[in-house]
Write a protein that binds this ligand. Structure first.
Ligand code: CU
Length: 133
């Protein structure tokens, strides 16, 4: 039973996969503020494979949407706060955040790169980026 021996050896030596270790790590918490129809900061950075909590606060009197482009494809996202999340066949699609509301997204980034997100409400033209490295 070589597989079993290898498992036992790994256990005895305290090995674990880097991904498992990272998934157990305390989450990276990042806050984005929507104010005066602008997302700030323009760029936030998350680490690949590390649990992340993305908090989006709406400080305006307007409703805003947080619409990630590609970042959450095939990624499990837990949504908290008082926003209204929407899902489609690829998973999390967007969350509408009421005036002075907050949405909190918990997930583990699975792909590195630069991912834009927008507010797709008419005339808002709000865009910023999330870098996963
Ligand atoms: Cu908006």
């Amino acid at each position: 039973m070589p597989g079993r021996t290898a498992c036992l050896l790994a256990f005895l030596l305290g090995w674990s996969s880097p991904f498992t270790e990272a998934a157990d790590a305390p989450p990276d918490t990042v806050e984005i503020v929507a104010s005066k129809r602008t997302f700030a900061p323009e760029t936030v950075t998350l680490r690949l494979g590390r649990p992340a909590i993305l908090i989006i606060r709406n400080e305006d009197e307007d409703l805003h949407a947080f619409v990630p482009l590609l970042l959450f494809q095939r990624t499990n996202v837990q949504v908290r706060g008082n926003g209204a999340p929407e899902f489609n066949e690829t998973g999390f699609a967007r969350v509408l955040i009421p005036p002075h509301g907050k949405a909190e997204l918990r997930f583990i980034p699975k792909t590195s790169g630069t991912f834009f997100y927008i507010c797709d409400l008419p005339g808002h033209n709000m865009r910023a980026e999330i870098v996963v490295q």
